[in-house]
Ligand binder design. Sequence first.
Ligand code: CA
Length: 245
Amino acid sequence: MNYQLPIREYLSQHGFPTFCPKAVLFDMDGVLFDSMPLHAKSWAKVCTDFGLEMTPEEAYMNEGRTAKSTIDLLMQRQYGRDATDEEVTRIYAEKCKLFNGEAEAPKMAGAQQVLENVREHGLQILVVTGSGQKSLLTRLETNYPGFFHPDRVVSSKDVQYGKPNPEPYLKGLAKAGVHPWEALVVENAPLGVRAGVAADIFTIAVNTGPLRESALLQEGANLLFPSMQALADNFSKIIEAAKIF
Ligand code: CA
C-alpha cells in the first residue's frame, strides 16, 4: 500500500501544507482493550431492566457517545423525551455495575506492538476516551506499563460534549501541545472517526468489531485496517510516507 496517497488526500481536504506526526491519540475501548462485547452486553441488559432497547449493533454504532447522550437517545426513541439527570445517574451506575461485574476485558491483540512502534518513532502517546471509569488510569498502567501518563489522558471528565463532537480530540491536541497535522487518531467506532476527522486530524480506523468497513469509511477515515495487529505491521510505513510531506 502506498500511504502517500491518503496523506495527500488528507492534506488537500483540510488545507494543510505539511504532515508531521508527533503524537498518536488512541481511543480506548475497542482499540486498546477488547471491551466492546462486554459493553454491548451490559448496555443490552441495563436497557431491558429500564424498559429501553439497545441491540448489540446499536451499541457499536453509538460507541463513543457520553452516557447522557446515549441514554437520551434511547429515552427519546422510547418516550419522546430526554432522560432526567437522576435517570442518567441510575441507568449509568447500573450499566457500570454490570460491566465491572464481568471479567476484565483483555488487551486488544496487536495494541501493545502498536504502542511500541509509536514509542520507537518518538511520538507522544495519548488516550482520548468517552469513558469515565475511575479505574481507567490504573487499568492502562497495569496492562501497558510505562506507556501512559495522567497528563496525557482525556476522559469524560475533561469534556462537555464528547464524541462525535471534535472536542475530546481538540483537548487531546492541546494536552499534547501539537497542531492537527502533527497528530494521528486511532479509532474503532464510526462516531469516534467522525470526531477525529472533525478535529482535522489524520484518522486511522481499526475495524475490531462487527461493523461493515463502509460504516467507518463513510465517516471520513483516512486509512482503515482490519485489526490493531495490521496497524502494527504497517505503522512504520505510514511514518516513512509522512516524511516526504
Ligand atoms: Ca472505541
